[in-house]
Design a protein around this ligand. Structure first.
Ligand SMILES: Cc1cc2nc3c(=O)[nH]c(=O)nc-3n(C[C@H](O)[C@H](O)[C@H](O)COP(=O)(O)OP(=O)(O)OC[C@H]3O[C@@H](n4cnc5c(N)ncnc54)[C@H](O)[C@@H]3O)c2cc1C
Length: 463
């Protein structure tokens, strides 16, 4: 087993982690930054490897030049170690001066013998990002239905389009980014269906419009997406959702419908659209398992609780990026910068704090405009699959009148959330379905996973 000591360990090399590492170096620390993925950049700067580099990479990413500068700086800095292909599978609180004991495995995930890495840093920055969230609908388990994140990852990291006629649906500006990447890989995007209706979009985006002027970079990004949409004549339909996917063996068409302000389907507005793929996203869920294992408090709206310095409730442990709230790349980057400086004992310039405040205001708009509304469960049928790993239908989760049960009992009796994804895909959905019936007992959640990544029994036994 390899054991490494460093002043600051950063877990996650997305925008938050890379900025944290860079600022910790500025403040003089010895830094290790690691990521499960083979390349740094996280979800935002997901790209082709250097041995298959593409000439158009810079056109496909916002902020590509600054990413390259950041990456080269970290890779060449004498006080920085960048460990890619290294996945943290467990964190234990530490009592001997270190922030935590971090257990990782290094090497290809399918490899028989991965190298064990044990890290005991003085300060730890958690920057593990988020998963994309997909609300289920009848037929969402058909081949050809992708999460927008998966479609985006295939487009950016492999230049593979998930289909020829693709419909993009769900909620949030990420739908526009996904449509742009699909177009760049040669797909025809037949429409973008945004669940938030015109009134929610106006409430979120048009109130106090002068404040948006301070988010010029975001507006430029948005303008680029809108221009691409207009050029390719892609219909953008607000207040509309995919409520079913149909096909023989794989998706051949989707049913879309108008939604009311609570995302309940409006009767007699359904129509079918022929497609060979669908990309769906309803926002993001933070990857909380390592923060919970480290002992960090979680807020009521289920993000890692941090103070003004991005410090968690555990001494020596900081958190930044999508883990502490969903707000996009710019917010993740500035939070990472503050966390890295603070972890390394540096001084935080006022401009960084002001920038974070601006980006957080933008995140509030995002939630106000595109946040999930409770009426979506109305498009489920009793036989709609909710937990794909264990094949649990909606009907099995509905409590009968007057019945009560805890989330734990519901999981054990139906096996929802107990399959190979450990509830990462369906956990929040199962919670919301159960919460909509008055019979749910207790406040347990589905975020706790003491083993954060798949580990072979042999690797486990070796430890
Ligand atoms: C699938 C997906 C695709 C997205 N694509 C876009 C896009 O194209 N455009 C856009 O504007 N926004 C996109 N987003 C939103 C985007 O993630 C954020 O705006 C931004 O990247 C968040 O930065 P971050 O550093 O907080 O997290 P991320 O960029 O998600 O980085 C987190 C990093 O932590 C690593 N990690 C997590 N757990 C572990 C572990 N146990 N061990 C080791 N490493 C770990 C991950 O591999 C990842 O590289 C996407 C989000 C998702 C989930």
């Amino acid at each position: 087993m390899e054991s490494r000591m460093s002043d600051v360990l950063v877990i996650g090399a997305g925008p938050a982690g890379l900025h944290a590492a860079s600022r910790a170096l500025d403040a003089g620390a010895e830094v290790t930054v690691l990521d499960a993925h083979d390349l740094v950049g996280g979800q935002f700067w997901r790209h082709l490897p250097d041995d298959r580099a593409a000439a158009d990479e810079a056109q496909l990413h916002h902020g590509w030049k600054s990413f390259q500068q950041l990456r080269v700086r970290l890779e060449e800095h004498p006080r920085c170690r960048v460990l890619t292909g290294t996945e943290v599978w467990a964190i234990e609180p530490e009592e001997h001066g270190a922030a935590a004991r971090v257990h990782a495995l290094s090497g290809p995930s399918g490899a028989l013998r991965r190298e064990e890495v044990l890290l005991t840093p003085e300060r730890l920055v958690l920057a593990t990002g988020a998963h994309d969230r997909v609300l289920p609908f009848p037929g969402w388990d058909l081949p050809g239905v992708f999460s927008a994140g998966a479609a985006q990852a295939l487009a950016k990291a492999e230049r593979v389009a998930v289909g020829e006629r693709v419909l993009v649906a769900g909620a949030g500006p990420f739908l526009l980014a996904t449509a742009a990447s699909l177009i760049a890989t040669g797909a025809t995007v037949v429409g973008v269906h945004e669940a938030a209706g015109p009134s929610a979009l106006c409430r979120g985006w048009l109130s106090r419009p002068w404040e948006l002027a301070s988010s010029a970079r975001k507006l430029t990004e948005l303008a680029a997406y809108v221009t691409g949409h207009l050029r390719h004549r892609i219909p953008y339909v607000a207040g509309s959702a995919v409520i079913a996917a149909e096909g023989n063996g794989r998706v051949e068409s989707v049913r879309v419908t108008r939604l009311d302000r609570d995302w309940r389907p409006v009767a007699r507005t359904e129509r079918d659209i022929a497609v060979d793929a669908v990309a769906v996203s309803h926002g993001f869920t933070p990857r909380l398992e390592l923060a919970i294992a480290a002992g960090c408090a979680i807020t009521a709206d289920r993000f890692v609780a941090v103070d003004a310095r991005q410090a968690t409730t555990v001494p020596g442990v900081y958190a930044a990026g999508e883990l502490t709230g969903i707000g996009g790349m710019a917010l993740s980057a500035v939070e990472g910068a503050i966390a890295g400086l603070e972890a390394a004992g540096g001084v935080i310039p006022r401009q960084l704090l002001a920038e974070r405040a601006r980006q957080r205001a933008f995140a509030i708009r995002l939630e106000r405009a595109h946040g999930i509304r409770p009426g979506w469960t109305d498009w489920l049928c009793d036989d709609t699959t909710i937990c794909r790993c264990e094949d649990v239908p909606f009907g099995a989760l509905s409590l009968t009148e007057g019945a009560t049960q805890s989330l734990r009992a519901a999981k054990l009796s139906t096996r929802a959330g107990l399959g190979s994804c450990q509830g990462r895909t369906c956990g929040r959905t199962v919670e919301e379905i159960l919460r909509q019936s008055p019979g749910l007992l207790g406040t347990t959640t589905t975020d706790q996973r003491p083993i954060a990544a798949p580990v072979r029994l042999g690797e486990f036994a070796r430890e």
